[in-house]
Design a protein around this ligand. Structure first.
Ligand SMILES: *Cc1c(COP(=O)(O)O)cnc(C)c1O
Length: 371
C-alpha cells in the first residue's frame, strides 16, 4: 500500500529525545522548548513563538490571548478542518462562515465584508492545503473594521505570500505539528506573533495563568496547553530538515502536476503566481466530466494499493453546527463542490518517483475505463 502520508523522523530527533530523557528534562520546563520556539519563530520571520499541545489548542489559545469572549463573532472560511470553528466555539463566541474561492479553496475575500457586524472581533483565514490566501486584502479589511487577524497556518509551514512566510502577517499565526504536517512533534502546535503583549498573555494562559507574585493566585482562566520537552526535542531535530522536506514536497508535486495535467476531468492544484505553495497534501479534484465518481475512484485506487483521503466537509453542513443553530440555511456552493470533488493522493516523505508514476498511470487507466 502506498500511504497518503508518512513522516520523516530519524537519528537527529532520536539523539535529542535521548538527551531529554537522559537529563531527566521530560516536562515542559526543559531547554528544547525555548530552542524550538525560537527556531520556529525565526524561520517564520517573527519575534515570538509559544509552543502548545496541538494545532487546535494553538487556535484556542490564540483567540483567548486576544480576548475573544461570549457574544463575539469570528469570521472563518467554510471549507476547513473543524478545529478552526471549534476554537471560536470553545470561547463562547460564534464562528461566522464565509464561502471559499474555487481555484484555491481559500476564503473568498470578496465575501468577507458582507459578514462583518458590530459583534465581529476577528478574521481567521486558513491557508488551505499549503496555498496562502490573499492575506493583503484580508489585512486591509481588518484594518478598515478594526479587527484582529489570526491565521490558521496549520497546513502552511514554509509557504510564502509575496516573499513573506504564511502565519507572519496577522496578529497571530497558528501551526500544528501533528504527524502529517510539514514538520512534526507527534502531536504539537505553536502560535507565533510579533506583539509582545500577546506573547506574554499567551505564555501565561497556556500555563494555567499562574500568578506572578503568588503562583497559586489566578487572575485569568488559563489552560494547560504545555508541550513537553520530549516533543520539543523532536521539533528541534525537525527544524534542521524543514527546508529539505519542503523542497522534496514541491518537487514531488511538480512531478504529479506534469503527469496529471493532461488527463481530462482531473484538476491539479492551482498556484497563484505571487505565492509559494507548500503543498501540505497533494490534492486533485475529480470533475463530473471524468466519468467516474470520486468514491468509485477512491475504491478503485485502493484496490490497486493506493491510499487516498477525502477533502474537508463544509462547516455549515456539520451536524453539530446545525444542531447548535450555528449554521443557517445559507448556501455555500463552492465549499460543497470542493468537498464533493476533492481527494489527496499519496504524498509521504518516502514516496518514490516510480510510485508517483504508478499512481498517475492508474488514474489514467481508471479514466479510460480499463480498471
Ligand atoms: C491540522 C490542522 C489543525 C489542527 O491541528 P491538530 O494538531 O491536529 O490539532 C487546525 N487547522 C488546520 C487547517 C489543520 O490542517
Amino acid at each position: 500500500m502506498i500511504p497518503v502520508f508518512n513522516p520523516s523522523v530519524g537519528e537527529e530527533e532520536l539523539k535529542n529525545v535521548e538527551d531529554a530523557i537522559r537529563t531527566n528534562w521530560i516536562s515542559s520546563k526543559g531547554n528544547y522548548i525555548n530552542e524550538f520556539e525560537e527556531k520556529f519563530a525565526k524561520y517564520c520571520g517573527v519575534k515570538y513563538g509559544v509552543a502548545t499541545t496541538n494545532g487546535t489548542t494553538a487556535l484556542h489559545l490564540a483567540l483567548a490571548s486576544i480576548g475573544i469572549a461570549p457574544g463575539d463573532e469570528v469570521i472563518v472560511p467554510n471549507f476547513t478542518i473543524i478545529s478552526t470553528a471549534l476554537a471560536v466555539h470553545y470561547l463562547g463566541a460564534k464562528p461566522v462562515f464565509v464561502d471559499v474561492e474555487e481555484e484555491t479553496g481559500n476564503i473568498d475575500v470578496k465575501k468577507i465584508e458582507e459578514k462583518i457586524t458590530s459583534k465581529t472581533k476577528a478574521i481567521m483565514p486558513v491557508h488551505i492545503y499549503g496555498h496562502p490566501c490573499d492575506i493583503d486584502e484580508i489585512m486591509e479589511i481588518a484594518k478598515k473594521y478594526n479587527l484582529y487577524v489570526v491565521e490558521d497556518a496549520a497546513e502552511a509551514h514554509g509557504a510564502e505570500y509575496k516573499g513573506k512566510k504564511a502565519g507572519a502577517f496577522g496578529d497571530i499565526g497558528c501551526f500544528s505539528f501533528y504527524s502529517n504536517k510539514l514538520i512534526t512533534t507527534g502531536e504539537g502546535g505553536m502560535i507565533i506573533t510579533n506583539d509582545e503583549k500577546i506573547y506574554k498573555k499567551a505564555q501565561s494562559l497556556k500555563d494555567l495563568a499562574f500568578g506572578k507574585e503568588n503562583r497559586f493566585v489566578h487572575e485569568d482562566i488559563g489552560f494547560n496547553y504545555r508541550m513537553t520537552n520530549i516533543q520539543a526535542a523532536i521539533g528541534v531535530g525537525q527544524m534542521k530538515k524543514i527546508d529539505l522536506v519542503l523542497e522534496k514536497k514541491i518537487e514531488n508535486a511538480k512531478i504529479y502536476n506534469s503527469l496529471l495535467k493532461d488527463i481530462p476531468g482531473i484538476r491539479i492544484p492551482f498556484t497563484k503566481n505571487y505565492v509559494k505553495n507548500s503543498y501540505w497534501m497533494y490534492t486533485i479534484r475529480i470533475d463530473p466530466s471524468f466519468g467516474v465518481s470520486k468514491n468509485e475512484m477512491r475504491k478503485k485506487l485502493l484496490e490497486e494499493g493506493i491510499d487516498t483521503r477525502d477533502f474537508f466537509f463544509p462547516l455549515n453542513e456539520q451536524p453539530i453546527f446545525k444542531k447548535l443553530g450555528i449554521s443557517s440555511n445559507e448556501e455555500f456552493p463552492i465549499s460543497k463542490k470542493l468537498s464533493n470533488e476533492g481527494i489527496y493522493l499519496p504524498f509521504g516523505m518516502d514516496l518514490k518517483k516510480e510510485e508517483i508514476k504508478y499512481v498517475c498511470y492508474t488514474i489514467e487507466k481508471i479514466m479510460q475505463k480499463r480498471l
